[in-house]
Design a protein around this ligand. Structure first.
Ligand code: ZN
Length: 217
């Protein structure tokens, strides 16, 4: 029998929506939290709102606009171009400390709503090399959150070792393939579902989808 409550860190994208379906399957009760940090595209927040509404999930939206003040980047500023990292550099979409801050706030909210489990779609296989998406960081943060808040949280990262094709496969196994494909927003240009097709996020999503559809995973 399913038990416990989980809080899902939720952006309305492919990864976190897959995690949301995963959490619904695993836990008795699920709530979601979305961080508003002046994303280029408010569509992202709207998309997250619609998905949680449709799935009947209680949705918290927290204002994290200070993140933009601390670390202007290509996701929040239209005058910074979205581009891949070159020569081992991080891409221009990297926001220093974003996941550290998001997970810390998720922990505080989680303790308020009495969620024992926190679920996040971070992924070490994501090729971008964001330091606060690494498994070792999540494990370290789990200890820190438990010590700082006197909780026994368990942080779950169902996508940590999956590539994009395997993430599509997981969505399919959860019976959510069409939902994830049609309803989520991954595109840096704010276009839902298959997106603009040219930005780095769209390319990554499409390559994974093609690979999954070919039966390569
Ligand atoms: Zn795109």
């Amino acid at each position: 029998m399913k038990k416990d409550k989980a809080l899902v860190v939720f952006s309305g994208g492919q990864d976190s929506t897959t995690c949301l379906f995963w959490a619904i399957k695993e836990f008795a009760e699920v709530e979601a939290v979305t961080f508003d940090y002046n994303q280029r595209h408010k569509t992202e927040i709207e998309c997250a709102k619609e998905i949680t509404k449709e799935l009947g999930i209680k949705h918290h939206i927290l204002d994290m606009s200070l993140l933009n003040q601390l670390a202007p980047n290509a996701l929040t500023r239209t005058d910074i171009e979205v581009k891949d990292g070159e020569d081992g550099e991080l891409p221009s979409t990297f926001v220093p400390g974003r996941n550290l801050l998001f997970m810390s706030f998720a922990g505080v909210l989680g303790s308020q709503v009495h969620a024992k489990h926190i679920v996040t779609g971070v992924c070490e296989t994501d090729f971008s090399g964001y330091p606060d998406c690494r498994d070792v960081f999540i494990k370290s943060l789990n200890v820190t959150l438990n010590l700082s808040l006197d909780q026994n949280f368990v942080i779950h990262t169902p996508l940590m070792w999956l590539n994009k094709a395997e993430t599509w496969k997981l969505a399919d196994e959860l019976g959510a393939f069409d939902f994830v494909k049609e309803r989520t927003l991954t595109c840096y240009n704010g276009i839902i579902a298959d997106g603009c097709g040219v930005c780095p996020a769209c390319k990554l999503r499409k390559n994974g989808l093609d690979e999954f559809l070919k039966g390569a995973v």
